[in-house]
Design a protein around this ligand. Structure first.
Ligand SMILES: *Cc1c(COP(=O)(O)O)cnc(C)c1O
Length: 398
């Protein structure tokens, strides 16, 4: 704690979140005391771990208005996305050979669908509008008689926009097509209701919602029943859908994180929205020539994706590295010098994409931090512009 002052202000809650202290406290005994294998059926060590896992399953189910039997624990949203897309693709191979997905999906969805494309699945890649949203009509028009799966993310990890999933869900149910959604960025930010939204498969991630890394879930609808082929062969855990020993301490933490969200969402959303608006207004007041990427209304409360004309985002992040932790695009692709494919998909030029950064306010952010961040960012932008350090996008993109 003594070090906190010296550390950069964390505004990258869409890359990951710290584990909430209440989550940490819930997990600790399951590492050292109640350490049993939740699949051991012959003694109390196993039973207590199993009981704790089932409490967590109920906590996750409550958060999304599901039946606990529909919650399958995985290692994270990457695994859940692979499981849903490849699992449905393989189950229906030869009968339903078409899938639909957005061009702005997370890398692990894009790559899983491209994998199916190499295995004789025909794919319709949907464009989004300039605000980052897809029209439900565009989804409806893409569905064919042999469509097995529509995959539309609930909240985008770069620009924070919220897709009209309830409308898309109604269309998919009507046309008898599975709807999968990557909701890793939605938990703890908006209310998720798998019934109201007619979701059939949904991917969740612990570390995006103040739980631990290495745990996630796939929601799998029971009525009407969703069929897919499991990725993992083994002991048949998780109703044979996902073999492997469940990491009980992580499952417990994930469940606790969900319980906190179910209790506190409204209050937390209002507080974070205020801080985000303070940050955005502060930046816009102090800095000329800015632009905001993605819909302003259909957007989660913590996210900002903002461009500073004439400033290269890599130089900006470098100038800020001791003061504010922000990112350009997603953590998974930020090692590449290619401009963000999400920003390209909403129509930005390479130059504008290379001038844009993502900031995300979260549970631990304070008003004081926001004011310090505004000062640090506006100083850095001013210095970079003054030094004539204009964007070098042309050279890096070439
Ligand atoms: C972080 C993230 C993932 C990957 O989740 P992991 O649990 O880290 O595998 C998938 N999709 C989206 C939208 C994400 O933000």
């Amino acid at each position: 704690m003594t070090n906190t002052e010296a550390r950069p202000i964390y505004l990258d809650y869409q890359a990951t979140t710290p584990v909430d202290e209440r989550v940490m406290d819930a997990m600790t005994p399951f590492f050292t005391q109640a350490f049993g294998n939740p699949h051991s059926t012959s003694h109390s060590y196993g039973w207590e771990a199993r009981d704790a896992v089932e409490v967590a399953r109920q906590q996750i189910a409550t958060m999304i208005n599901a039946d606990p039997r529909e919650v399958i624990f995985t290692s994270g949203a990457t695994e859940s996305n692979n499981m849903a897309i490849k699992g449905v693709g393989r189950f229906f191979a030869g009968r339903k050979n078409h899938m639909v997905a957005l061009k702005t999906e997370h890398k692990c969805v894009l790559e899983s669908i491209k994998y199916m494309q190499r295995h004789e699945i025909d794919v319709t890649w949907l464009d989004v509008n300039a605000d980052g949203l897809v029209d439900p009509d565009t989804v409806a028009a893409a569905i064919k008689p042999d469509t097995a799966l529509v995959s539309v993310m609930l909240v985008n990890n770069e620009i924070g926009v919220i897709q009209p999933l309830a409308e898309i869900g109604a269309i998919c149910r009507d046309r008898n097509v599975y709807l999968h959604t990557d909701a890793a960025q939605a938990t703890g930010k908006i209310v998720i209701d798998v019934q109201a939204m007619n979701i059939d498969l949904m991917s969740l991630s612990g570390h995006k919602m103040y739980g631990p890394m290495g745990i996630g879930a796939l929601y799998v609808r029971r009525k009407p029943r969703v069929r897919f082929e499991p990725l993992m062969d083994g002991g048949g855990q998780e109703r044979t859908m996902r073999s492997g020993t469940l990491p009980a301490p992580l499952v417990v933490g994930f469940g606790k994180a969900a319980e906190i969200i179910s209790q506190d969402l409204d209050q937390e959303a209002a507080r974070i929205r205020n801080l985000r608006d303070r940050l955005l207004k502060g930046l816009q007041q102090r800095i000329a020539d800015t632009f905001v990427n993605g819909s302003q209304n259909q957007r989660v409360m913590g996210n900002i994706n903002i461009g500073f004309r004439g400033v290269d985002s890599e130089s900006l992040m470098n100038a800020l590295k001791d003061y504010v932790a922000i990112s350009s695009g997603s953590a998974c692709t930020s090692t590449s010098v290619e401009p963000s494919y999400v920003l390209r998909a909403i129509g930005l030029s390479d130059l504008d994409a290379h001038s844009s950064v993502r900031m995300c306010v979260g549970r631990m952010t304070t008003a004081q931090e926001i004011d310090q961040a505004i000062a640090a960012i506006s100083n850095a932008v001013e210095k970079l512009r003054g030094a004539g350090l204009v964007t070098n996008a042309a050279s890096v993109a070439g």
